[in-house]
Design a protein around this ligand. Sequence first.
Ligand SMILES: [Fe+2]
Ligand SMILES: [Fe+2]
Length: 356
Amino acid sequence: MVMARKEDHLRMRMEHIRFGKEELERRRKSPVHVKAEEIAAQLKEHFHVYIVDPRLGFNQRSFRFWINRRSVGEEMEYSGLKLGHRHTVEAVIYILQGKGYSVIDGIKYPWEAGDMICVPVFAWHRHRNESNEDLLYLAATTGPFSMATGIAIYEEEKYPEYWIFAQKGEEAMKTLIPGGAELPPGGRVDLDQSRWKPAGKDGSEPTSAEIYYEQLAFAQEEERRRRAGKVIVKGKELRFGSTPMGRVAYAVEPRLGYHVKLLSTLIAEIPPERRSGAHRHIYEETNYILAGEGYSIIEDQRYEWKKGDTLVIPVFAWHQHFNTGKETARFLVHTNRPGMASTGYVHTQQGEPADF
Ligand SMILES: [Fe+2]
Ligand SMILES: [Fe+2]
């Protein structure tokens, strides 16, 4: 057992007190701008390039963002050709170039450039290019969050020596719950059974037994919810709407039927010579520039950007984007807003509204 001494307790307490101020400094020092040329050069050398990851020095802690390339004729799946892989992280994929399909838990989902894929947590999946040009896709996944909380499991078909659950039999291969959703004593909990009722159903305060039975039923219900969630976003079907930040189309978003708890993804557009709104918020945000050129003001700094660049917005930093080009600028925006909302920390402050 590790015994802390009196001075250790004092030091640890001071670390809590200093943390907030030190975190502001870490946010200020975290890299903001990753240029298209740097990524393109690395992508020639390797088939995937991590763009934003806490291991690269970014103060973004819950999700990472990277780009993948699959050449024509190249073996498609580094993780396997039958099952592919599965993981206890949320994953949102944006197809930049190419046409093909994903097989997710045995179901085939076709896609093309501009579409997005929301892979359900712990579903086996693999992606296949069927076009005669390179496949390029961007991925945002909550690996850093899962690793920090100790729940990260990546089961790859190619590396069975690292499987945690998949070798335990047929059932374990099929479930979206790590280890399988165990049934409570007496079998499946039927929410309508009279021996207990869902918490607060009749307006009364739930009993401890009711709360606990609901807890036992959670994994089975979660498995059902994960399988019921939407998987594909068709780029052509995005619905843009006017907001104080400009024209945005929410894409992978819990309120639109995607079963994500941490990530939210949207596309934002800025017409030529217009500006987005300014705002800041207590959640992480990564912007990938899909089209256009312009600049952003992030706190007191100006960053010139163009297609293929990435902007990592520090938590609670004011940001506003200006299109200086002749075409509509398009941003792929990933945030961890849903996760932060569940902790009660989301705070969005609107400044100057968009001018379109
Ligand atoms: Fe994956
Ligand atoms: Fe933002």
